[in-house]
Design a protein around this ligand. Structure first.
Ligand SMILES: Cc1cc2nc3c(=O)[nH]c(=O)nc-3n(C[C@H](O)[C@H](O)[C@H](O)COP(=O)(O)OP(=O)(O)OC[C@H]3O[C@@H](n4cnc5c(N)ncnc54)[C@H](O)[C@@H]3O)c2cc1C
Length: 411
């Protein structure tokens, strides 16, 4: 069964169409359809319960590379681009916490990374793309086109992206100079975050989410020259284990805070950007029933404190809680999630729906928003309130495309 990364909710697809050649790609007559990249979205934005999926992993060709701009098919992954580009002195302008994401998925969710304060979202670096609509037309879109703004962050609902052109950035090699600093509470976090954003390209914090004082570890880094070794082979979680529970989360958080090495190091980019990729199929640790990710952005320090206090009060434990200050570079998509403020991402068990709903309320009351790429639960009211360009977007939808997420939040 085709799943999203959180394995929640389940979806039954009536058909799946593997795509092979961009020039021969057609939208089949089944309705509704939806592109499926690598299924690294957590909730239901890549699912189409009762409908069909267009699998893009066969659209895996590089088309051209010149002047630091790569043109490739939409199923090429970020990891494949890095393998090609880093030995040539280039890096992707924005990477998320996993490299197993397709170009189509990166554009459709207008993803962000640890350098949001410097580079903004992925969509800001897309120079051109081709969109195949269900009427058979192929549209070449560039920034400034209305349909481009709808497609970037458009959740796959404007048609099928067949290829895209991305402007890469120059780097001295595969090395990253990084350091880690512990913080004992939010005031320290705010100070370290401001100081680090001014001097480092990549900044992000891990939070011991169950600690009342909101302690954590702040990571920052920059591309650097130097010889570094690529990471060793990965391990795989072979079966569903259901190892994550209240007890193991509390123990993990306390131990992680204590044993993490602080100080500076020169290392390969892979573990710095993609630490979770070292364990393949780690989503099995939550068991068959899957899990929810709650990722929101809230506008300021006070709303962040309110949200984190509420997480502690609810005991909504998560081993990997990520905290990052977004910058103010404008996101290009009508439905892009990143906006100025603080973003927090926590994993919670799929049985903790009440906690999720409470956190949704807190985030939205403060003027925040939830991230569709991670979402399986937000209400239609939340979506309408936090995505003010929704009506403008609706006019540009492709009528053949829909998703489980869309039918839930925009019925
Ligand atoms: C461990 C982990 C860490 C992550 N960290 C981050 C992070 O730091 N920042 C962040 O922003 N996100 C992050 N994500 C989320 C991930 O980057 C997004 O969900 C991304 O969109 C997944 O890409 P995908 O190829 O798997 O697409 P899918 O999940 O398969 O699909 C996502 C959306 O893209 C659409 N789509 C896919 N291909 C096409 C196409 N060719 N044409 C049109 N639409 C298409 C789908 O219809 C769907 O709406 C993380 C995910 C994981 C698992």
């Amino acid at each position: 069964m085709t799943e999203s990364w959180g394995r929640y909710p389940a979806a039954a697809h009536v058909a799946e169409f593997p795509l092979a050649w961009r020039s021969e790609a057609r939208i089949p007559p089944v309705r509704p359809v939806l592109a499926y990249g690598r299924g690294r979205s957590y909730g239901d934005s890549c699912l189409n319960d009762g409908g069909a999926l267009l699998r893009t992993s066969g659209l895996d060709r590089f088309i051209s590379f010149a002047g630091g701009v790569v043109r490739c098919e939409a199923g090429v992954t970020l990891g494949e681009i890095l393998e090609f580009a880093v030995p040539r002195g280039y890096f992707l302008p924005v990477v998320p916490g996993t490299k197993h994401v397709s170009i189509g998925g990166a554009i459709a969710n207008d993803i962000h990374g640890k350098n949001h304060h410097r580079a903004g979202t992925f969509g800001r670096h897309v120079r051109r793309l081709e969109l195949l609509r269900s009427d058979g037309s192929r549209k070449e879109l560039t920034p400034g086109d209305e349909l481009f703004a709808a497609t970037v962050g458009g959740l796959g609902l404007t048609g099928l992206i067949t290829w895209a052109e991305i402007a890469l950035r120059a780097v001295p090699g595969p090395a990253v100079r990084s350091d880690a600093v512990k913080f004992a509470g939010l005031d320290e976090f705010f100070a370290i975050s401001d100081e680090s954003d001014a001097k480092s390209e990549y900044t992000v914090a891990w939070l011991d989410v169950l600690s009342r004082e909101h302690r954590g570890i702040f990571y920052r880094g920059d591309h650097a020259a130097g010889t570094v070794k690529a990471p060793r082979a990965r391990v795989t979680v072979p079966i569903d284990l259901r190892l994550v529970n209240g007890f193991t989360v509390r123990a993990f958080n306390a131990a992680y805070y204590l044993v993490q090495r602080t100080g500076s190091r020169l290392g390969h980019y892979d573990p710095f950007f993609f630490p979770l990729d070292a364990v393949e199929r780690w989503n099995r640790l939550y068991g068959k029933r899957g899990f929810l990710q709650f990722q929101c952005v809230v506008p300021g320090p006070d709303s962040l404190k309110t949200l984190l206090d509420e997480i502690v009060r609810l005991g909504a434990g998560s081993p990997m809680t990520v905290l990052k200050k977004f910058g103010d570079l404008k996101s290009p998509g009508m439905l892009s999630f990143p906006r100025p403020g603080f973003t927090v991402a926590i994993d919670i068990s799929s049985t903790e729906i009440a906690a999720f709903t409470r956190l949704e309320e807190v985030a939205v009351q403060s003027g925040g928003a939830l991230y569709p790429a991670k979402d399986a639960r937000m209400s239609a009211a939340t979506f309408a309130k936090s995505y003010p360009r929704l009506d403008e977007f609706r006019r540009l939808l492709d009528p053949a495309f829909s998703s489980s997420f869309w039918r839930r939040v925009a019925p």
